[in-house]
Design a protein around this ligand. Structure first.
Ligand code: ATP
Ligand code: MG
Length: 295
């Protein structure tokens, strides 16, 4: 059994937030061991991405959600560094614009679904609408038809999300959902270091401190969302985020294991097309001055 299984939530109601240790490092005694495994994973991810791109049978979304300062951006950067730019996209979903708010909540997300052969990274996602949207009851402030019952909106969104993700799965796109789960004390330490270290001052945001006051509400919103939307085909992974080195290694492992399971193959040409290619060999060999390779 792969070590990522411990962190996988793939059926409804499976996640118990109170039992989760955000400082867990899964028995890794040193960051060097994790870094060595991560380096191997990045090489393998690169190989698998090339095959996925050539195979063009399936696309995949790796979606990241987290509390502020959990290290979403750094983790995405660490993983993206091994991918070929032509086969990957990254989309960051911030507070919706007026135009986006004029549409259904999945509208802006659906535009970023990758084509077959592509990897998409979602930095935040449609889950914001059942996280910040739930915590601050944003739906009450947005115009809606008289027939809509605000009490039911979040439950209906869970259902809509499950149906939409299943629809994508049936149409050759996988969704892997990753929650980088940071502890409350560790978040305070990271905010402090953003104040104390001049090079990190630019990352400091008063809005982040204000959101921290809603910590318990956010934890409940994460737990409810994960428990309502985890499925075998579109699982969640809850990743301990207090140790960045472990978090990054584990994310690389989730990506490797997902791509291995997708099992992309180099395309094989039909025999007739292969034979047609052979006809070009003498001409190209003459032009390059090389002899055709011996059979
Ligand atoms: P960083 O701070 O590292 O640049 P970030 O992802 O935190 O990255 P911010 O611009 O600080 O980016 O925050 C984005 C904000 O947009 C978050 O507060 C998030 O809750 C909010 N947001 C995203 N989607 C929605 C949504 N659908 N409705 C309301 N707010 C949203
Ligand atoms: Mg931010």
């Amino acid at each position: 059994m792969s070590s990522i299984e411990r962190y996988r939530i793939d059926h409804k109601g499976q996640y118990h937030a109170k039992d989760f240790d955000t400082g867990d490092t899964d028995g890794f005694s040193s960051r060097e061991d994790a870094a060595a495994q991560m380096a191997k994973n990045l090489v393998r991810i690169n190989e698998l991405q090339q095959k996925l791109y050539a195979d063009k049978k399936e696309g995949v979304i790796f979606l990241f959600q987290a509390m502020d300062a959990a290290g979403k951006d750094g983790t995405i950067r660490a993983v993206l560094s091994c991918l070929s730019p032509h086969g990957v996209t990254e989309d960051a979903f911030k507070a919706p614009s007026a135009d986006e708010l004029g549409h259904d909540f999945l509208w802006r997300i659906a535009q970023c679904v990758p084509e077959k052969g592509q990897i998409a990274i979602f930095n935040r996602s449609h889950y914001e609408d059942v996280l910040v949207g739930k915590v601050h009851k944003l739906y009450e402030k947005q115009p809606h038809a008289a027939r809509i019952d605000p009490e039911k909106i979040i439950g209906q969104r869970y259902e809509d999300i499950c149906n939409w993700e299943a629809y994508l799965y049936h149409n050759n796109v996988r969704m892997v959902k990753i929650f980088l789960h940071l502890g409350k004390e560790e978040q305070a330490k990271r905010f402090l270091s953003r104040i104390e270290d001049p090079e990190k001052n630019w990352k400091f945001s008063v809005a982040d401190i204000e959101e921290r006051a809603y910590w318990d509400d956010y934890q409940k919103a994460f737990s409810d969302a994960i428990n309502a939307t985890a499925t075998k085909d579109c699982p969640w992974y809850v990743v301990p985020a207090d140790h960045k080195w472990f978090m990054r290694y584990l994310v690389s492992q989730i990506i490797v294991d997902t791509l291995e399971e997708m099992n992309p193959q180099w395309p094989v040409l039909p025999e007739s097309e292969r034979a047609a290619l052979e006809e070009y060999v003498p001409r190209l060999s003459a032009e390059s001055g090389a002899k055709p390779a011996a059979e």
